[in-house]
Design a protein around this ligand. Sequence first.
Ligand SMILES: [Zn+2]
Length: 217
Amino acid sequence: MARVTLSFDNGPTAETTPHVLDVLAHHGVRASFFVIGEKLSDPVVRRQAERAKAEGHRIGNHTWSHLTPLGEIADADAPEREIGRTQALIGDLASAERWFRPFGGGGKLGPHLLSPAAVRFLTEGAYSCVLWNAIPGDWKDPEGWVDTALEQCAALPHALVVLHDHVPEAMRRLDRFLGRALDAGHTFAQDFPDDCVPLFRGRVRAPMSPFVADAEA
Ligand SMILES: [Zn+2]
């Protein structure tokens, strides 16, 4: 039986985030939403993030454009453009912490996640960098992800699961996942496992090098 923390990336969306919030509320589960700045800049979409915050969920930063992993962008302005600009837009929707989650394309962890400049930006801005340890692939397997997620959770003492509140077909199974996870005896929590947060409040607490591209790259 695992402790399970849920996170929803790549939203919010006016179509799917309301359903996700309804299902979480039904089960009394609080989660984290790592939002894309460009989507949040739409006032109608922003209301979903405001609702999430009001219902006790965390709002984190998942870059402005979500186009190219930060470790693959060489220009010096990228951290401000992708991270700083999004955080400014999140504004008071953020909690006490500035949670930032890089993206890797297909959920892969590796040196493509961050550039040295991005790490400096996060450190100087006292951000906390949130990775993950369970990627059930909901976006590519909108039915089967439920079984995959249950297997991944059962194999970990504390699973930090990445789901996507911009994939309606997948999120239609969220209620089924939560019901089966609770039946299996898993406990839902909102905190992140320490080993998924290598940078906390700007301080490095686990080696960052596996997630940072070479300075020369
Ligand atoms: Zn993402």
